[in-house]
Design a protein around this ligand. Structure first.
Ligand SMILES: O=C(O)C1=C[C@@H](OP(=O)(O)O)[C@@H](O)[C@H](O)C1
Ligand SMILES: C=C(OP(=O)(O)O)C(=O)O
Length: 429
């Protein structure tokens, strides 16, 4: 399905964004490792998260939906699935499940779609192998992981990856040996926070995270807050469509996830945060953005992990700003659902924006956005949503070639945007 984002009037409204994808995967997996019945409210029911739910069933775990966003997971000992476990498009699903399965001492073969099958996995299987886990396969799926974990590990998490850190911590639940991870640049810490909520002893000492003696989980209630990576499309659109004013409610504001909000502020956006509070060990709140003048800015490699999935929409915001924006340290973007660095430079340029990749940096010079182009997404949800938002602020509509994949992270994107006044519609073929 092709979608078109067209120039439109001001966006206005307030709404709660759907549940956070990172928290949703973790709530299901941790519930599956816990003793007792975990109840989850606000789970993101996107394809990536549903892939995790289905995978857990293959491991013999009872996972049930009992209402919109309301799920029940009955944890216990996992069994080795006979058939390969298909993780679809989701890097988080496959990498966290490899670690968790190893820690449970089971054997499983993991597969994924064509995009996931191109993504590097050695970054996870390497550390798991060092923990005594048997691995069959190379750097790409399909791969077989066979527990048990027989050794502890001290791991240096470079490049900063929360998926690798999580896989090591989850595998570490299966041993009483020391397990620690050092991070020169911190990646998102939802695993550390949620494991502690589930009763695991997690010691955090500056840049080092260590598992303590208690490595068992007890079931609990998990309330999933709004996804800042989805909110970024809404806020980014409000920042560049003249006259807009939009608020997102109950969104996760963990400092390792709020890089995009900080970036908007640095670019001069009219932005306010309110109602900041704690929930389930995380910080959440509401964010309001009003259209106003934006200015180009520089972002360094150290800032990237706090907005790694938001770089495509940040590049779109940069297209609507005055002057040059330079975003450094984007090598990891080449290893996501697509080569996001190359596709953003290509898509923006096709829409008449002065944008280019410069080594592992993205350089965007803002100004009038011509649009009037069809853009290639290579099935990457964030590339699709970013260009649809760009179309709202362009002179001519922008068409994206494949929009189904938006369902992997933000299935209600089109409805949510349309309710705010955005013009996003299907292109008849
Ligand atoms: O742990 C997570 O939930 C995620 C970590 C990030 O990946 P890396 O760990 O590869 O940086 C991010 O890009 C992904 O969307 C979700
Ligand atoms: C990179 C992403 O997800 P994952 O790694 O889980 O596929 C994303 O959602 O942008």
């Amino acid at each position: 399905m092709k979608l078109r984002g067209s120039p439109c009037g001001p966006l206005a409204g307030a709404f709660p964004v759907p549940g956070d994808k990172s928290l949703s995967h973790r709530a299901l997996i941790f519930g599956a490792l816990a003793t007792g019945e975990t109840v989850i409210a606000g789970l993101l029911e996107s394809e990536d998260v549903l892939a995790t739910a289905e995978a857990l069933r293959a491991f013999g775990v009872r996972v049930e939906r009992f209402g919109p966003g309301r799920w029940r997971v009955i944890g216990g000992q996992w069994r080795s699935p006979e058939a390969p476990v298909d993780c679809g498009n989701s890097g988080t699903a496959v990498r966290l499940l490899m670690g968790a399965a190893a820690g449970q001492g089971v054997r499983a073969t993991f597969t994924g779609d064509s995009s996931l099958s191109k993504r590097p996995m050695r970054r996870v299987t390497g550390p798991l192998e060092a923990m005594g886990v048997r691995i069959e396969g190379g750097d790409r799926l399909p791969l077989t992981v066979a527990g048990p974990v027989t050794r502890g590990l001290a791991h240096l998490n470079v490049p900063a990856s929360a998926q690798v850190k999580s896989a090591v911590l989850l595998a570490g639940l299966g041993t009483d040996q020391p397990v620690e991870i050092a991070e020169p640049v911190p990646s998102r810490d939802h695993t550390e926070i949620m494991l502690a909520e589930f009763g695991v002893e997690v010691e955090r000492d500056g840049t080092v995270t260590r598992l303590g003696a208690k490595r068992t989980l007890e079931a609990r209630l998990v309330e999933v807050s709004g996804d800042p990576s989805s909110a970024a499309f809404v806020l980014g659109a409000a920042a560049i469509v003249p006259g807009s004013e939009v608020s997102v409610k109950d969104v996760l504001l963990n400092p390792h996830r709020s890089g995009f909000v900080m970036a908007l502020q640095r670019m001069g956006a009219d932005l306010a945060m309110a109602n900041i509070r704690g929930r389930g060990g995380e910080t959440i709140g509401d964010v309001r953005v009003r259209f106003g003048p934006l200015f180009g800015a520089e972002f360094t490699a150290e800032e990237i992990p706090s907005m790694v999935d938001e770089i495509p929409i940040l590049a779109v915001v940069a297209a609507g700003a005055q002057g040059e924006t330079r975003i450094e340290g984007l090598d990891e973007l080449r290893h996501k659902e697509s080569d996001r660095l190359a596709l953003m430079a290509e898509g923006l340029a096709a829409c008449g924006v002065d944008a280019r990749a410069d080594g592992d940096a993205l350089v965007v010079r803002g100004g009038a956005i011509r649009g009037g182009a069809a853009v290639r997404t290579e099935g990457d949800h964030r590339i699709a949503m970013s260009h649809l938002v760009l179309g709202l602020a362009a002179e001519q509509p922008i068409v994206v070639d494949e929009a189904e994949m938006i369902g992997t992270s933000f299935p209600t994107f089109r409805d949510a945007m349309r309710r705010l006044g955005a013009k996003i519609d299907e292109v008849e073929e």
